[in-house]
Design a protein. Sequence first.
Length: 217
Amino acid sequence: MDGIVADRIPEGVIERLPAYLNILIQLRADSIRTVSSARLGDLTAVNPAQIRRDLTHFGSFGKRGVGYDIETLIERIQHILGADHAHRLALVGAGNLGSAIADYAGLRQHGFMVTAIFDIDTDKTGTRIGEIVVQPLEELETTLGTQDIRIGVVAVPPEAAQAVTDRLASAGVRVILNYTPVIVRVPEGVTLHNTDPVQELLHTLYYLSRSEGVAHV
């Protein structure tokens, strides 16, 4: 990317880029070719002035009165995030949550492909989720090495989360998404992201309580 060095972009900007990218992809799907910072601000709940400051890190390509070219902006953000090429994911847990994650079209839309699914339950191994055959957990290390997978998703019962996380890290996974409500630890060099809907709801509840008062059952 011409003159753009991802390491020099502030962390706050990097954290907002996925929200921008998601909206831009939706706009492109609606055959919209340009977008203003004001419109992008409405759709992302980010101040338009902040959006303009964020996008200056990508060069000057917005046109006053016209806005930003959506296709160009998508390409630049994807490049910075490393989403301009496909990434293989390993999913551990083939239950309802795991199946929903594997079938989520948004992953493929952003270049993420679940290419391996594992479970300890013999009733699930050998079955298919989409086009992927669920493998026994014993095959995790071999398959991750063969497919060179560096991203793992943990969607198992809470009591199994740490053991699964340890195995993923030992097998060479460098990014782990934890969909369980328990705290897991990862070794140095492994990035952990926890996705707990209860935490997200509690965060949202703060704003609801401020606007409407505390709800009582």
